[in-house]
Design a binder for this molecule. Structure first.
Ligand SMILES: NC(=O)C1=CN([C@@H]2O[C@H](COP(=O)(O)OP(=O)(O)OC[C@H]3O[C@@H](n4cnc5c(N)ncnc54)[C@H](OP(=O)(O)O)[C@@H]3O)[C@@H](O)[C@H]2O)C=CC1
Ligand SMILES: CC(C)(CO)C(=O)C(=O)O
Length: 353
């Protein structure tokens, strides 16, 4: 089975090593020093006190790899729009695209039913490019529960977890998803097929949409955000807004909000991926985790006042850290503000954003 991991970093490297050891014909797409190290020494996975090495093809040029049976997208979600064109050579008639990223995937409204069927989401798929090139028919949803880290070029440290629930957008159990689940299971991963992948997606996103930006704004760990009554209240307010949106979209939450917050807090003194990205001066997954919820809220007429505030602040945090591409609308200058009375200026702000 030909499997390409597009974005073979922390999660993709883990998947790649395990599936290669299970006998799949794995190729990795990566870049920079990490790619060079994997080319020279293979990709090394540190897991359960052992060192597992897979010597597989690694490239920054997908055209060298040809059509695949499965392409895993394990890039940071905001990187996907930039590489869609480069994925074309990997896509044959029967290729499946497995979206192993946090947040809402490009295919969300494919086989969704109802008034929003076929809609694309600007905050994750600008201009519907992923929808048009990757095609929603190819998509298999995948939720990423494990935590892993690239600790040095070519070396992935597994931290916890092995579960990657899989689901077809239609909820069906197809041959292609069954074969994928069998491959991943033979690789020692837990890859249950679920018939409600969007429910699963929202359950993960429920934590990411609040803990991640709050942590980037406060430097606090999961345990602190969940434990402090004031930050907990902010997280809860955002989660309840998101729950109203998701429920209106037909999603069912199998745990309540308090239990979900407690679950995140129980992870302990862990920095979210967004805080880690901020500290490393890397772009944060703001649009795929937070803006998209605001966008979906607008689609179903659910206001998101708390999320709007946190989103504005975290966007500004990204901008001041020099890692934001969100301020596409130039901020009002002092001269703009002097030229207008307060009422007009706030009207202009609302209109321009
Ligand atoms: N790591 C974790 O523990 C968890 C991650 N997730 C989610 O999984 C997804 C993947 O995350 P993660 O594995 O941590 O991310 P990483 O940044 O570790 O992996 C992505 C890899 O893709 C590479 N890359 C980026 N752009 C290109 C490009 N244009 N061409 C080739 N390679 C490219 C990156 O290189 P470079 O470093 O140079 O940018 C990096 O090596 C995210 O959505 C994340 O939120 C979910 C749960 C836990
Ligand atoms: C740890 C967790 C669950 C925080 O919401 C996460 O997924 C992340 O850091 O991106």
């Amino acid at each position: 089975m030909k499997v390409c991991i597009y974005g073979a970093g922390a999660i993709g490297g883990y998947l790649g090593v395990e599936m290669a050891r299970a006998g799949a014909d794995v190729s990795l797409v990566a870049r920079g020093a990490h790619l060079e190290a994997m080319r020279e020494n293979g990709v090394k996975l540190l897991i359960n006190g052992e060192e597992r090495v897979a010597k597989v093809r690694a490239s920054d040029n997908p055209a060298e790899l040809g059509p695949q049976d499965y392409v895993f997208i394990s890039l940071k979600a905001h990187s996907v729009p930039g590489v869609v064109e480069r994925m074309r050579p990997l896509l044959g008639n029967d290729t499946s695209v497995v979206t192993a990223v946090n947040g809402v995937p490009y295919w969300y409204f494919y086989k969704h039913g109802g008034a929003l069927e076929g809609r694309t989401l600007e905050s994750v798929d600008p201009g519907g490019k992923q929808w048009d090139v990757l095609r929603p028919e190819r998509a298999i949803g995948c939720i990423v529960y494990p935590a892993t880290e690239v600790v040095e070029p070519g070396v992935i440290q597994h931290i916890y977890g092995d579960k990657f629930p899989l689901g077809e957008p239609s909820g069906e159990t197809t041959d292609r998803i069954t074969r994928l689940s069998e491959l991943m299971t033979s690789a020692g991963l837990r890859a249950p097929i679920v018939n409600n992948i969007r429910d699963e997606m929202w359950l993960k996103l429920w934590g990411n949409l609040c803990f991640n930006p709050i942590s980037a704004l406060t430097n606090a760990t999961l345990e602190v955000i969940a434990g402090d009554p004031d930050t907990r209240a902010v997280a809860k307010a955002m989660m309840l807004e998101a729950q109203t949106i998701a429920t209106r979209l037909g999603v069912t939450f199998r745990v309540d909000v308090e239990r979900r917050i407690n679950g995140a807090g129980a992870v302990g003194a862990h920095k979210t991926s967004m805080l880690q990205d901020l500290e490393r001066g890397r772009p944060m997954e703001i649009d795929p985790l937070v803006t998209v919820v605001q966008e979906m809220g607008r689609m179903v007429d659910v206001p998101t006042p708390t999320l709007d505030v946190v989103l504005a602040l975290v966007r500004q945090r990204a901008a001041t850290a020099g890692i934001g591409d969100h301020l596409t609308v130039p901020p009002l200058t002092a001269a703009d503000l002097r030229a207008a009375d307060l009422h007009a200026a706030s009207g202009q702000v609302a209109a321009r954003h």
